[in-house]
Design a protein around this ligand. Structure first.
Ligand SMILES: Cc1ncc(COP(=O)(O)O)c(C=O)c1O
Length: 358
């Protein structure tokens, strides 16, 4: 039987919510009323066969690439799937980070890839170690998959490391898929996209996590024009056209990206300060600190997180993502950027639950 499910996504849709919901990964919703957009401009149908030109141009302009490098997709989820479905044949080898965002692994398994894992070690702040990538790379490798920022830890992979990984990929004729859905949550000196680092790179992203407009499902792939065209042809199998009203609103969102991003930034930064204080006080948990990103991956010093998280939900009305979804059962992930009062209270409740266990 082929792999046809995502346990994480099922859990996220059915079990993640709580009064104090720290099981998030993206920032809070940006309200429509704050988006300068004239509803009279909304239309149901449009000229959007292989993408809506103004949206492709807006995405291309964000990166300074040719619009022919842009493939629209329904969120980073579909972007990742489409990219892998185009690049992989059954049995092809994929080298993927561990811990990994579950649906990336699910998509590769669904496509019947032979998935090999390179480890991002907690003691190294979950950084990508090129030697570790080299350890699992073989002449059969077709794709290397990295999230940057890393989900769950928010670790940033610097350009020099990405270049080393690209060199390795080139040596075996592979590509490097970089999921950059969290990259713009580096608010100071935001690194440029991996798309600028070489032809091996294929980049996926969306307006969902950092910009608070997840409902628009505005995602995209960046690749060289020949590959981008193959992806568009692949997409013919999945979809006719995109939802046009969402394309129109996404163009409006692109015109005000800084406003969307800055609104969330204030909340993310306040939450990170609260998290810093929490980690100072609580010796029962530990996590590598980052100065960016919307998630943090915490290790529970004693035992598995599942039992702790059920108690946290039941007795403290607080949720976080179990580490088992990242194949690390002693950990859990928390999310910043939604509501600072809720986040602070959620942390207070985690602390109370940890203390009550000792
Ligand atoms: C690394 C990563 N990629 C993709 C996604 C899905 O993003 P989207 O909502 O844009 O489909 C997520 C969501 O949590 C994610 O963490």
């Amino acid at each position: 039987m082929r792999h046809k499910q995502s346990e994480y996504m099922h859990w996220a849709k059915t079990c993640s919510r709580a009064r104090f919901n720290l099981a998030t990964s993206g920032v809070g919703a940006f309200p429509l009323r704050e988006l300068p957009f004239d509803p009279a401009k909304l239309e149901i149908n449009g000229d959007n066969k292989y993408g809506y030109d103004p949206l492709k141009q807006a995405i291309a302009a964000k990166y300074g690439v040719d619009p022919d490098c842009v493939v629209e997709a329904a969120g980073t989820s579909m972007a990742n799937h489409l990219a892998m479905a185009t690049l992989l044949e059954p049995g092809d080898e994929v080298v993927m980070e561990h811990p990994a965002y579950g649906p990336l692994l699910d998509a590769a398994l669904y496509l019947e890839a032979d998935v090999r894992r390179f480890v991002r070690r907690e003691e190294d702040g979950y950084s990508v170690d090129p030697a570790e990538v080299r350890r699992v790379l073989t002449p059969r490798t077709k794709l290397i998959v990295i999230t940057n920022l890393h989900n769950p830890s928010a670790a940033l992979t610097p350009e020099a490391v990405l270049r080393e990984v690209a060199d390795m990929a080139r040596s075996v004729g592979a590509r490097v898929l970089v999921d950059e859905v969290y990259l713009d949550a580096v608010y100071e000196d935001t690194p440029r996209s991996a798309i600028h680092l070489g032809p091996e790179f294929v980049v996926t992203n969306s307006l969902t996590k950092v910009y608070g407009v997840s409902g628009l499902r505005c995602g995209w792939i960046l690749a060289d024009p020949e590959l981008a065209w193959r992806m568009l042809r692949m997409n013919d199998v999945y979809a006719a056209t995109a939802v046009h009203p969402a394309e129109l609103m996404s163009v409006a969102a692109f015109q005000h990206l800084d406003v969307l991003r800055e609104r969330a930034r204030r909340i993310v930064e306040a939450d990170r300060r609260a998290l810093g204080g929490f980690l100072e006080r609580c010796s029962e948990v530990s996590a590598p600190r980052t100065q960016w990103g919307t998630t943090a991956f915490l290790r529970l010093q004693r035992g598995a997180a599942d039992e702790f998280l059920s108690r946290l939900r039941q007795d403290y009305e607080t949720s976080a993502v179990p580490g088992r979804f990242f194949e690390m059962p002693n950990h859990f992930r928390i999310g910043m950027g939604v509501d600072s009062a809720m986040f602070a209270e959620g942390l207070r409740r985690i602390e109370a639950a940890l203390v009550s266990e000792t």
